[in-house]
Design a protein around this ligand. Sequence first.
Ligand SMILES: Nc1ncnc2c1ncn2[C@@H]1O[C@H](COP(=O)(O)OP(=O)(O)OP(=O)(O)O)[C@@H](O)[C@H]1O
Ligand SMILES: [Mg+2]
Length: 338
Amino acid sequence: MSEAEILVIKNVTKKFGGLVAVNNESFKVREGEILGLIGPNGAGKTTLFRVIAGIYKPESGRIIFKGKDITGKPAHQVARMGIALTHQIVRPFGDLSVLENVMVGALYGKLAGKIGVSEAIDIAIEKLKFVGLYHKADELASKLTLREKKALELARALAAQPDLLLLDEALAGLNPREVDENLRLIRRVKEEMGLTIIMVEHVMHAVMNIAERLIVLHYGEKIAEGPPEAIANNVRDLEYDKSVNIKTIPIAIGRDRALSLLMTLLILPYIITFILVIINILTPLTLMTLATITEVYNVIRRFKITIPEDADPQVVRVALHYGLLLIAAMIIGDILGL
Ligand SMILES: Nc1ncnc2c1ncn2[C@@H]1O[C@H](COP(=O)(O)OP(=O)(O)OP(=O)(O)O)[C@@H](O)[C@H]1O
Ligand SMILES: [Mg+2]
């Protein structure tokens, strides 16, 4: 291994039952670089991060960190060795204060067992100041906004004093101003703390802007690797390759393939309903059809749907589909005169 390489991924495969989430993946990360990991929903980005962080054990392959084989080591040991992960779905300990959440990072990170509570407090304060959240140190973590929870997640990871930081969609759900602020923060993490960063990101202009190198994953496999400009050109080429739907890359919501199949099945009744409604309109345009449309319109108006900003996108999608299914059932009921 060259001295400049902090992480080497060699032929790593991770399966969930029959599903190959990460397929024989290999790449190297240079010390001090910002590497972007992009790819459509379900490409295996989060799974790969979790394998590196020791949350999942790979079926095969090796992970070498700072020259040491860390394959299969449990998460707490990997954290002590200097790898910290921020989670895609941010779930801080809601009953703990913001400061206490960050202290957990310090106490279970690289300095675990070497520092006491007072040092952990000092580290937590320093990291909270760095991410601009110190003024909320005593608040309950559950009270924070999504942007603040993301900042807390970064502070907690930094408090672990890692050498390698894995950022899983740290910019998702933020507005353009917040994205810019966080990009500046990530640059400072590299420049002031000297960390190596791998970031999974769907906010394409951001990752193109900050990453020195990009890796594109698709169905668990690496399909492209190189500087952002080269990848941008490749992406244009790949758009002509029907087997790779690269256009789905910027979609910033979680999805799993089984759920997609279920959704397709759920959508089927709408299509049948749509055909029935068209037949109904094209044959004599009955008052019944008009009444159905009015009814549906009223239902839509009556429902005030609010989505919490940190809601799990998959749960939101399922809820919306069930809502639409209910409306479709009403239309079918009306048409059949039930
Ligand atoms: N714990 C799990 N059990 C079973 N299947 C899983 C599990 N975690 C992920 N998967 C599946 O593995 C595949 C890769 O998922 P993963 O979350 O790694 O994708 P991703 O690239 O991070 O997607 P996204 O951009 O939506 O976050 C998906 O098909 C997903 O359904
Ligand atoms: Mg993911």
